[in-house]
Design a protein around this ligand. Structure first.
Ligand code: HEC
Length: 114
């Protein structure tokens, strides 16, 4: 048992690395229940700016910034200053309900994969 785990670990690492390389072009599967509950697509689209920056723009903009994910998770949960134009995003309460740290994390990872 221990032995098979040891052989699987490097394999998992390789698969993980591949997933990271592909990430830039292929968005992760949409966490649909969360996205619907929070109405993300009411204002955002994956590729074209609409009422809000597109997820692709956001991902491009923050890809190279360290700690951007942490900032974005905070922003999704508790709001903050607008970074695109001067309309800030609605708070979770106005979007569909409170957002847990885990759910905010899932959403940010997904947005950043665009
Ligand atoms: C009511 C419209 C609306 C909804 C719903 C909405 N957004 Fe936004 N979002 C915006 C606007 C407007 C901005 C640009 C505001 C800004 O400059 O921070 C924005 C910005 C963002 C940003 C970038 C924030 C920054 O600081 O640069 C992320 C990430 C984001 N949205 C993700 C989401 C996700 C994920 C959801 C669903 C949970 C969602 N948005 C739902 C309107 C919306």
């Amino acid at each position: 048992m221990t032995r098979s785990i040891r052989t699987l670990l490097p394999l998992a690492a390789i698969l993980g690395a591949c997933a990271l390389t592909v990430q830039a072009q292929t968005p992760l599967p949409e966490p649909t229940a969360l996205v619907d509950q929070q109405h993300c697509m009411f204002c955002h689209t994956p590729g074209a700016p609409f009422l809000a920056p597109s997820f692709h723009q956001i991902a491009e903009h923050y890809r190279k910034l360290p700690d951007a994910n942490v900032m974005l998770e905070q922003k999704l949960r508790i709001g903050g200053r607008a970074h695109w134009g001067n309309t800030s995003m609605r708070l979770p309460e106005e979007r569909g309900g409170p957002l847990s740290p885990e759910d905010a994390h899932t959403l940010v990872i997904w947005v950043m994969s665009h």
